[in-house]
Design a binder for this molecule. Sequence first.
Ligand SMILES: Cc1cc2nc3c(=O)[nH]c(=O)nc-3n(C[C@H](O)[C@H](O)[C@H](O)COP(=O)(O)OP(=O)(O)OC[C@H]3O[C@@H](n4cnc5c(N)ncnc54)[C@H](O)[C@@H]3O)c2cc1C
Length: 464
Amino acid sequence: MPDFDVVLIGSGPGGYVAAIHAARQGAKVAIVEQKATEWGGTCLNWGCIPTKTLVQSAEVLRTVRRAAEFGVKVGEPEIDWPAMQERKDRIVKAMRQGVQGLLKSNGVEMVTGRGRLAAPGEVTVDGRAVSGRNIILAPGSLVARPPFKGADLGLTSDTILGIGKVPDSLVVIGGGVVGMEFAGIFSLLGSRVTVIEMLDQLLTPLDPDVAQRFQQLMAKRGMTFHLPARVESLERGDSGFRVTFEGQQVEAEQVLVATGRRPNTADMGLEETGVTLERTAIKVDQHLRTNLERVYAIGDATMISMLAHTASYQGEVAVHNALGGHPVSADYSAIPGCIYTEPEIANVGMSEAQARAQGIEPRVGSFPFAALGRAMVLGETDGLVKVVAGPDGGVLGVAIMGPRATDLIAEGVLAVHQGLTAAELTHAVHAHPTLPEAMAEAALDVDGRAVHIAPRQKAAAARA
Ligand SMILES: Cc1cc2nc3c(=O)[nH]c(=O)nc-3n(C[C@H](O)[C@H](O)[C@H](O)COP(=O)(O)OP(=O)(O)OC[C@H]3O[C@@H](n4cnc5c(N)ncnc54)[C@H](O)[C@@H]3O)c2cc1C
């Protein structure tokens, strides 16, 4: 008789959420976390939460600097970096304790130590055997270092969180989500930021139109971009670091290497027990099963989407399947992607370009925040909402750049997930004056019916 119904390795948003789902269904659950200080995983300790607390501090600074625009006189604000750090650390600590408290109150056995898969049904934790009818692997991911010379001299997304001061200048190598979030934070805090990206657009696979608008806006605000550009080396320079790329050089006080993450699957018994890996990611089927009986895997270690909410969703699906429900397949068609820059960016489903690549002739509606009352009131008029619909009007995707885009995307997620048409989306009454009205207007614009922008030429021509 195994000790537990479910044993999880890893306590990130995949592992701890899965543990709670399993416990709520009456299962006897154990969860293994290698470090006592890392309950909650990357997301809570190094990712989503600490970065967003810094984003918020930077946004408060920006708001105070703009106070005069709103008729409020304040003195020149000062950055108190240690206080920003202290706030971040306090929030992370409180949330870490919250995760531990939730696991405890749900009766989940918490085991601290390095977990290894010894066999299907058996995990060892620092040598001690823990058996489970089902095993769920959720070991997450680690920072990946690119192969250029000197790459290990740069800061990573882990180490930049604890730097002692705001650098005067910062080179960010990698214009993906993590790179651009840190570029945004430090740019708002006053660093001169240069971004070097290997691909020909930022934030791939974001809608290229939105990515380009974002880059233009950031350039206008003082960021420098080099793309497409491949970094050749990083070395110490006279006053910091020197980055060489495409025959050019740029010097900066600090350099962040943000070129991606890799599955954290080494040295946990996967090769020895015969778990199939794709490169280093754990291969799973649509039910989140590995090739081994009753061994599941979720989260970043599967490299399916590398997002916290995907990990949690996969955790719920894996638990359902492990505990013997009618098997459910994971559906990734409506996973939102959120980027906490200023302005924020969020997307779900297909972009216009992706629809075309799949042979669909999309009908696209868009609406600029500059034409929205609430956005004007907030003083946040950069950006737009874009709704991509199929020939039958069904919403295939939504992309947003603008105020609270990461909250607004929830309606787009619902539309894509529920297969709503753009017309159905607009039939739900949107309160006035609110930011979601931009979503309703963009959906109306799919049929050329947006109210608060001038009629599109083609709609006007059709009526003529
Ligand atoms: C800077 C940054 C910002 C991010 N921002 C966002 C965001 O805003 N939104 C978003 O959705 N995602 C964000 N992410 C991504 C998000 O953090 C990950 O997708 C998410 O944490 C993955 O969850 P997970 O459960 O798979 O693994 P993880 O969160 O990585 O957790 C895995 C846990 O397993 C433990 N572990 C590993 N191996 C073992 C072992 N052998 N034994 C015991 N324990 C083990 C680790 O210590 C870790 O605690 C961000 C990531 C970074 C780096």
